[in-house]
Design a protein around this ligand. Structure first.
Ligand code: HEM
Length: 315
């Protein structure tokens, strides 16, 4: 809170300053959105880490339908150097780097180097138990799918998607300014902070409808039982190995989104943002007009508590 602001909480009195800014708490995110958001965070995190455990069973990715030796476009390998030490390498296409300690070779539970794609601190439920990794992955995949379907249905029914996420013409016109604001780390604080800007809208829509739908479809396309139903899709992407590669790439696209998303939360007022997504209430600064001198001196008046506003535009 800055020096010239006043806090408005439920039932508490407010002491407005003569002029400057005052803070208001706005009910911004409804309970279902908040619950679904945090379920999604847990499901995605566990899906990523159990997915890496499954990947470790064969840390190579191919394109097409076949997985012939030497044809992988991504490979995490281990070999011994002249001194007998285990060396981990990661190759993407023709480019290979020494990734010992993280990819290809990392420390096992007893501290000695072990040949393994991703390190054990990035895999759940254990360092290398394929069957259990698959169980975890499929369980949280169902949580993610059902939660996502509830989120999309709820957002359409409550017009959250149409009102708060779908870009308006004015949003498109302001895209240049929004990009500049992001580059300069400038974030709105007043009422403007209540609506998602164009870049946020595009990011959320991409994550929900391209990454979310894409990763689920590619996961299903890899499943032998879904082959018959999804064979046109498998063919369209070039085969089951391509589906596995796309699934892996989209998983890391999710990670990139989350890193940027959390970075934006951190730099745009982490406490306020988290309070918004946990309790629903978000603080905005509102401009308080200069006091007008009364013509006749009045009796002192006790300031009314500022109401907690409902923001009709935002779920
Ligand atoms: C620890 C990780 C995360 C934190 C701290 C976090 C925090 C937040 C916060 C504070 C907001 C509100 C932003 C605003 O109102 O301007 C938000 C919204 C959102 N977040 Fe996250 N988030 C996290 C992870 C994720 C993940 C993993 C996803 C999905 C891939 C995600 C997707 C979204 C979406 C789609 C919204 C918009 C929700 C809506 O209004 O319907 N978040 N997040």
């Amino acid at each position: 809170m800055n020096a010239s602001s006043a806090v408005a909480t439920r039932g508490a009195s407010v002491t407005p300053e003569p002029s400057g800014t005052a803070a208001r708490l706005i009910y911004r995110h409804t309970l279902p959105i908040r619950i679904m958001h945090w379920i999604n965070v847990i499901a995605l995190t566990l899906m990523l880490f159990s997915g890496l455990q499954i990947f470790n069973a064969h840390p190579y990715l191919y394109w097409g339908n076949r997985s012939d030796q030497g044809t992988a476009w991504l490979a995490m390998d281990a070999h011994q150097d002249a001194a007998g030490n285990l060396v981990g390498t990661t190759r993407i296409g023709q480019h290979q780097v020494n990734s010992t300690g993280v990819l290809g070779v990392s420390k096992g539970s007893d501290g000695t180097p072990v040949a393994r794609g991703f390190p054990s601190w990035l895999t759940v439920p254990s360092a290398g138990w394929l069957a259990m990794g698959r169980r975890w992955h499929f369980f949280f995949a169902w949580v993610f799918v059902l939660n996502g379907l509830c989120y999309i249905s709820y957002s359409i029914a409550r017009r959250h998607l149409q009102r708060d996420m779908w870009p308006t013409r004015a949003d498109w016109r302001g895209i240049g300014r929004s990009i500049l604001d992001h580059i300069r780390f400038r974030h709105p604080h007043g009422a403007e902070a209540l609506r998602y800007n164009i870049l946020q809208r595009l990011a959320y829509l991409t994550v929900i409808f391209i990454f979310g739908v894409g990763i689920v479809l590619m996961g299903l396309a890899m499943s032998p039982r879904m082959d018959a139903v999804l064979s046109p899709l498998v063919e369209a992407v070039g085969g089951r190995q391509s589906a596995r590669s796309i699934h892996f790439i989209v998983a890391w696209a999710f990670v990139a989104f989350v890193l940027i998303h959390v970075f934006e939360v951190l730099i745009s007022g982490v406490f306020n943002q988290l309070r918004g997504m946990i309790t629903g209430y978000y603080k905005v600064d509102a401009v308080v007009p200069e006091p007008v001198e009364p013509a006749v001196p009045a009796d002192p008046v006790v300031a009314e508590p500022a109401p907690i506003a409902e923001d009709p535009r935002h779920e």
